[in-house]
Design a protein around this ligand. Structure first.
Ligand SMILES: Nc1nc2c(ncn2[C@@H]2O[C@H](COP(=O)(O)OP(=O)(O)O)[C@@H](O)[C@H]2O)c(=O)[nH]1
Ligand SMILES: [Mg+2]
Length: 247
């Protein structure tokens, strides 16, 4: 931009100089002057590139803030513990193949906020799990988040309706419209769990996805067994890494 301005200035000065036929009152633009102008323009353009490169680097290295929502007991804390363990492994691919995740970690009901930071491919993701009882004030946290992970327990038939109502409230909030959303159907290992077609029919998944403005990804998981964790990491990389730019 600065070089464009300089170019225009040079052009105008050259035109003036030509118009006045090189009279003494108007200074002539010599080859030396033009070289100085061009050198300055190149220097300015160079520094602009360095500054934009640096800003891009800072943005790319910035932490991504995520909210983890869903009713109580759906497996949010187990998911975060699993992700922390998995990303801490030296060789992620090997650990996933060999299922070296071990027993499901024990949890206690989350009271208030549970903050967990995970580093994946040198990018930091900060998950803020809000206790299920905080449902009425979830919206107070929307402003700070770039993405949402919403977990539903598909083995708990009595909870599905309220989980769906809360999900619709989240999706209809003005503050979440530009966010990437990961909708997780957890506990697929449980003998009581519903099939994907049953749960989709109950919560009218097709309509929800068609009417929501958010970019929603649906995953079936078992955090007890560690199923679906690598797909969560893939989602983080693909959908969340640049979401922080919008914040
Ligand atoms: N069967 C089964 N149980 C799970 C799974 N994930 C979590 N749980 C259990 O669900 C209970 C609640 O988990 P927790 O992570 O504390 O739920 P939160 O309230 O959503 O944070 C615990 O007893 C977990 O062991 C799963 O994938 N399958
Ligand atoms: Mg919890």
């Amino acid at each position: 931009m600065s070089s464009a301005i300089l170019n225009t200035v040079i052009k105008t000065v050259v035109q003036c100089s030509e118009t006045f036929g090189g009279k003494r009152s108007v200074p002539r633009v010599t080859r030396y002057d033009t070289t100085i102008y061009f050198a300055t323009a190149i220097l300015l353009r160079g520094s602009c590139l360095v500054i934009s490169g640096l800003s891009l680097f800072v943005i790319l290295m910035a932490e991504v803030q995520l909210l983890v929502l869903g009713p109580e007991g759906v497996g949010k804390t187990v998911m975060l513990k699993r992700l922390k363990t998995l990303t801490a492994q030296q060789n992620l691919a090997q650990a996933q193949q060999k299922q070296e995740l071990g027993e499901a970690p024990s949890t206690v009901p989350t009271i208030g906020v549970n903050l967990v930071t995970v580093t994946h491919h040198r990018k930091k993701y900060t998950f803020r799990e809000l206790g299920g009882a905080m449902g009425p004030i979830w919206n107070n946290y929307f402003k700070e988040a770039a993405c949402i992970v919403y977990v539903i327990d598909i083995a708990n038939q009595t909870q599905i309706a309220s989980a769906c109502i809360q999900l619709l409230e989240v999706l209809s909030s003005k503050q979440t419209q530009e966010m990437a959303v990961l909708l997780i159907f957890n506990k697929i290992d449980s003998p009581d769990c519903m099939s994907m077609s049953e749960i989709s029919a109950i919560i009218r998944l097709r309509e929800v996805l068609a009417n929501a403005r958010q970019d929603i990804t649906v995953l079936e998981c078992s955090f007890r067994e560690g199923t679906g964790l690598n797909r969560i990491l893939k989602w983080l990389q693909e959908k969340c890494s640049l979401s922080s730019l919008a914040k």
